[in-house]
Design a binder for this molecule. Structure first.
Ligand code: GDP
Length: 467
């Protein structure tokens, strides 16, 4: 069945008690359904009133009994979120009232909407690109200022616009070239070849720039799996508390009391850290302690960022040495920062010890006092530098954050690079055009214009019902 032949309804506000709740419906009979269950105070029929106007009236339940009073707004296709006829009825936000209004919509001819079905229809009706639709989902889920900025930027079309600009630039050059191929008596000439060469290199640069934002975008959107590690008592829990801003990990002077791994998502250094506070890296100890340590090692192996804590007020111990070895074994692809804690006590680390730390932590060493809140902003800057968060304006720049977008853009990049090379070699124009077309198809896919319907299904499944 064509999905737009049905009329769907859902509660679009969160479940539970609230001042008001909103029931949304969309589809060919949305206005008929809304008119049947909503009696405007003016005595006129709802569907006869102008669109996009708030109308006060009585809401009827599934047996046409008055159940609440509220506001209805009608939208006529294509001027609605979904691009279809749509109506929104706002009632009082009690769970029973909300349910009764939803059931009334169903009794009057609507069917229950699936997750993300409104946004999906908006996408299918060309109201939003897939990138923008994904941004809607992210906007709803946003729990930090950075995540909000990223999704607001995506929703305002930053990424879609950038991709369109590259695509359109290529399209006009290609159109001219195809005209020349079709009419070979008009030789494409050097100028035509120069033009395609410069279009290709401009497009390649734009795609590479977009791809370079993935590191930041992903670190904000998905978060960075971060491990705070170090031997007992160096101040891991204190640092964890400093970063989370609440007393969520138990801080104690007793060695090895952080038995299990605590997790918290925080906004730090302009990105999102998913923090795990691990137990010390001790080889021996009681059974509970062993479990903690085993997990800590596993956590470090799976980490995307390691914050290795050392106590600067004491000489390095054998355990610190083990941690340094472990850090070195991770290789440079896993970013790590050595956090030298307790600087308020003064540091006793020798230049030799500091050099060891620098070697293991790829030169990233930040002196802090977790307790006195010193050096935390330096730590934040160091994290920001790793994810380039300072050089990207999440709200204004085109920033990609999604593996699907990245994959499609990588495809576009390799096709563009091959086309560029072919142009440089002076290959026949139609060979270059074939590669350029492949790049354009990949760009289309990035923005969701030609993606597989299974992928579209997967994306909208992640949405909540009512969106
Ligand atoms: P963990 O075992 O590594 O989690 O260490 P804790 O965070 O529990 O800290 C161990 C002890 O060091 C506690 O008594 C903390 O108060 C103390 N401590 C932590 N950070 C600092 C700091 O920056 N300066 C000072 N002077 N003491 C600290």
């Amino acid at each position: 069945m064509n999905i737009t032949s049905t009329t769907i309804a859902a509660v679009s506000t969160p479940r539970g008690k609230g001042g008001v709740a909103m029931i949304r419906m969309s589809g060919p009979s949305a206005l008929a359904v809304a008119s049947a269950m909503f009696l405007p105070r003016s005595g006129k029929e709802l569907s006869s009133l102008p669109a996009r106007r708030a109308v006060f009236g009585t809401i009827l339940d599934s047996r046409d009994e008055p159940v609440d009073e509220g506001i209805a707004v009608c939208y006529r296709a294509p001027a609605s979120f979904t691009g279809e006829d749509a109506a929104e009825i706002t009632c009082h936000g009690g769970p029973a009232a909300t349910e009764a209004v939803l059931l009334s919509a169903v009794a009057h001819g609507a069917s229950l909407a699936g997750p993300g079905e409104f946004t999906r229809r908006a996408f299918l009706n060309g109201k939003l690109s897939l990138t923008e639709a994904e941004a809607v989902g992210r906007l709803i889920d946003a729990d930090t200022a950075e995540r909000l900025a990223l999704s607001a930027g995506g929703l305002s079309g930053n990424v879609s616009r950038e991709i369109r600009a590259v695509y359109d630039g290529m399209l006009s050059t290609m159109t001219a070239l195809y005209a020349a191929i079709d009419y070979p008596e008009e030789d494409v000439g050097d100028e035509g070849e120069r033009e395609i060469g410069s279009t290709l290199s401009r497009s390649l640069a734009a795609v590479e720039k977009l791809l370079s934002t993935y590191r930041t975008g992903k670190a904000v959107a998905d978060g960075v799996r971060t491990v705070i590690c170090g031997r007992p008592n160096v101040g891991k829990s204190s640092l964890f508390n400093r970063l989370t801003g609440e007393d969520s990990a138990i801080v104690t002077a007793e060695a090895g009391t952080t038995r299990d791994i605590l997790r918290e998502t925080v906004s730090f250094g302009g990105v999102t850290l998913r923090l795990a506070d691990t137990a010390g890296l001790r080889e021996s100890g009681g059974t509970v302690e062993q479990i903690g340590i085993g997990r800590a090692r596993r956590e470090i192996r799976e980490a995307e960022l390691v914050l290795a804590v050392f106590d600067g007020s004491e000489p390095l111990t054998e355990e610190d040495g083990e941690l340094l070895d472990l850090l070195s074994s991770l290789g440079p692809q896993i970013p790590k920062i050595a956090v030298v804690n307790k600087v308020d006590r003064g540091t006793v680390l020798t230049s030799e010890e500091l050099a060891k730390i620098d070697a293991a932590a790829d030169g990233r060493r930040i002196p802090v006092s977790a307790e006195k809140e010193e050096g935390i902003s330096d730590l934040s800057r160091a994290v920001g530098e790793i994810y380039a968060s300072g050089s990207v304006d999440l709200r204004r720049d085109a920033v990609i954050w999604d593996a699907r977008q990245r994959q499609a853009l990588e495809h576009a990049r390799s096709a563009l690079a091959a086309a560029s090379e072919a142009a440089g070699r002076g290959d026949p124009i139609d060979c270059i055009c074939t590669l350029a077309e492949e790049a354009m198809a990949a760009l289309d896919e990035t923005d969701g214009r030609s993606v597989d319907s299974a992928i579209v299904d997967e994306i909208f499944k992640r949405f909540c019902v009512g969106k």
